[in-house]
Design a protein around this ligand. Structure first.
Ligand code: F6R
Length: 613
């Protein structure tokens, strides 16, 4: 949610910042801007729209200088336009700021500053913050570093900020609370960004700023880090393990398609080293110390949002089936605000691709406060959730840049499957035979995923037939009910077609009224998994003229006779089918969105990593 980037050193800052903004554009893309410092002062260039619009606007303007900051925005306060775009300047034009997050008490700070004579150009909370820093700096006669620290002590909210000052051409100040900041350490130069993607082509040495920390980033000096409470901290340099090709399209027209096709590999990467080749025992190093806690938990509460919440629902089936532990799956945003009953014997498990989702983080904080064991399943290494939890497992999907989540979902399901199998075996709630059959299937599931990906051309043809409809219904039962929800979410977020997912049997309790000969219905009707009952649901749809796209097990004859289109997936244990059935639905959304002329990787109004409530 908003991407921030900066450079200070001896190179030209503008090209580095523009390139960084393009890499971070998945975090927000309604306006963009840069501030560049040189001997004539700070010049700000901002434009509504995408980074490409900013580049076109800046083409004939002076952007020279070896220090700069840049921002790509997902609007919170104020409509997306040039005035509200970041960076924002102080009243005297000497300070410039970029900000990701929300200053909750900005209104009262603004009123106090207005009483002192400050006037504001934009509707943003960010402009209020830079005026506050300016006010403190001028009245208390302190350095920028100190002014930022004092200002942040007054601020309530979440932020990642970078501030630069006219004439200070080798230094900027950065701070974080609730929104990520990574500082890349070069030779006499520093890079700064919301995540490591703009940094990895320059250096693999990074410092992750912790919540409540402020950094003085001076190209000629060591990093200086303090807390808001003025306590000095020693920077800890991490080695990045990312490679450049993981964040580029690699010949695919879109990140989303690349990431769909990466799933066999990301599944394998997620499984790697976690199943003992001889004993077939599951070993999730990150949570091994908490295995007993999970086994003896009264309840597992899964908290997540969006696609990750759908993965959590599959987790519920898996844990209850294999490990016989009661599971509740909660929208993090509801859970945190409803005074939930949390006991010390509960295990609260957060699922999040980004590891930064504000509601999920807050739900975990609440659970920790109440004494529960808190665990995480995240993709982004070093993000906030893994830092908060007692323990957790990474998904190893690699960077997911398409805003619509695809490979993150499958790998979350893989980790949940490993956890549930491991606990089930340990507890003895899963028979040895079942355990070994399931593990063997899981180890080879990537081959079946490869096979499902071969249905792409067939799915493209189906997409042609349905690209102009206004509504879609997705139905599934058992393990494939969450897949139906996920299929509907994927379609609506990137194609803007209204789509709903339902448990198939619920159809007759309402949604059946929607069915006519215009209405496409996607049904997941794989063998086992209440197959006969799903067939009855299909008959009900057919009787009302609905157009049916069915996901079936290869060799199926019954559904083939009823459905208008059938997409076959290889035979597989029911418990693992979501890893396969989900893939045709991702491809269907992709092709429909593309044919409707939608921006598949950057759907309107959305952004990856939702760091605001
Ligand atoms: C959908 C999607 C979102 C995210 C949700 C949670 O394709 O990407 O629904 O799943 O915003 O994000 P994370 O997993 O980062 O917590």
């Amino acid at each position: 949610m908003c991407g921030i980037v900066g450079y200070v050193g001896s190179k030209e800052a503008y090209p580095i910042i523009i390139k960084g903004l393009r890499r971070l554009e998945y975090r927000g893309y309604d306006s963009a801007g840069v501030a560049i410092g040189n001997n004539s002062g700070i010049s700000q260039l901002k434009q509504k729209g995408k980074v490409a619009d900013l580049e076109a606007y800046a083409a004939d303007k002076d952007s020279s200088g070896s220090i700069g900051i840049g921002h790509t925005r997902w609007a919170t306060h104020g409509v997306p336009n040039q005035v509200n775009a970041h960076p924002h300047m102080s009243g005297d034009g000497k300070l410039s700021i970029i900000h990701n997050g929300i200053i909750e008490n900005y209104a009262s700070i603004k009123t106090a500053l207005q009483a002192k004579g400050h006037t504001f150009k934009s509707d943003t909370d960010t402009e209020v913050l830079i005026h506050l820093i300016e006010d403190i700096k001028n009245h208390e006669k302190v350095s920028l570093f100190e002014a930022v620290r004092i200002a942040l002590a007054e601020v309530i909210g979440a932020y990642a900020i970078v501030v630069m000052e006219e004439g200070l051409n080798n230094e900027f100040i950065a701070a974080r609370k609730g929104s990520p900041i990574v500082i890349g350490v070069g030779r006499d130069e520093y890079y700064i960004a919301s995540d490591a993607t703009p940094i990895i082509e320059y250096t693999n040495e990074v410092v992750y700023l912790e919540d409540g920390e402020i950094a003085r980033v001076n190209s000629g000096e060591e990093l200086e880090i303090k807390t808001i409470e003025n306590e000095s901290k020693t920077p800890y340099i991490h080695e990045l393990e990312l490679s450049l090709d993981t964040i580029e399209k690699g010949g695919f027209p879109h990140f989303m398609l690349k990431e769909i096709y990466e799933q066999p590999k990301s599944i394998l990467d997620t499984l790697r080293g976690r199943i003992n080749p001889e004993t077939k025992e599951v070993k999730l190093g990150g949570i091994s110390d908490y295995e007993q806690k999970i086994m003896n938990a009264d309840r597992i509460i899964i908290v997540a949002c969006g696609t990750s919440w759908h993965a959590g629902l599959i987790g519920e089936y898996l844990f209850e089936d294999f490990a016989r532990i009661p599971v509740e799956v909660e929208y993090a945003s509801e859970f945190r605000y409803r005074n939930p009953i949390i006991r010390e014997t509960d295990v609260v498990l957060a699922i999040s691709q980004s590891g930064e989702t504000a509601d999920t983080l807050a739900a975990l904080e609440l659970a920790k406060e109440k004494g529960a064991t808190i665990l995480g399943i995240c993709n982004v290494v070093g993000s906030s959730i893994p830092r908060l939890t007692h323990a957790g497992s990474y998904t190893h999907a690699g960077p997911e840049i398409g805003v619509a989540s695809t490979k993150a979902f499958t790998t979350q399901v893989v980790v949940l499957t490993l956890m549930a199998l491991g606990i089930g075996k340990e507890k003895g709630t899963l028979s040895n035979t079942d355990y070994h059959q399931l593990i063997t299937e899981l180890e080879l599931i990537h081959e079946k995923v490869e096979k499902v990906l071969k249905t792409n051309d067939q799915i493209e043809e189906i997409a042609k037939e349905f690209k102009d409809v206004s509504n879609f219904l997705y139905l599934g039962r058992g393990y494939n009910f969450p897949v139906a929800l996920e299929g509907a979410l994927k379609l609506k977020e990137i194609s803007y077609i209204h789509a709903e997912g339902y448990p198939a049997a619920e159809m007759k309790h309402g949604p059946i009224a929607l069915i006519d000969d215009e209405m496409p219905i996607v049904v997941i009707a794989t063998k086992k998994g209440n197959y006969e009952k799903v067939v009855s649901n299909i008959q009900e749809v057919k009787a009302r003229g609905g157009r049916l796209i069915a996901i079936v097990t290869e060799g199926d004859k019954t559904v083939k006779e009823l459905a208008d289109y059938c997409i076959e997936i290889p035979n597989c244990f029911e418990e693992l089918t979501p890893l396969l059935t989900n893939i045709p639905l991702q491809l269907l959304s992709y092709h429909i969105a593309l044919m409707r002329g939608c921006n598949v990787d950057q759907p309107r109004n959305l952004a990856k990593s939702v760091t605001v409530e």
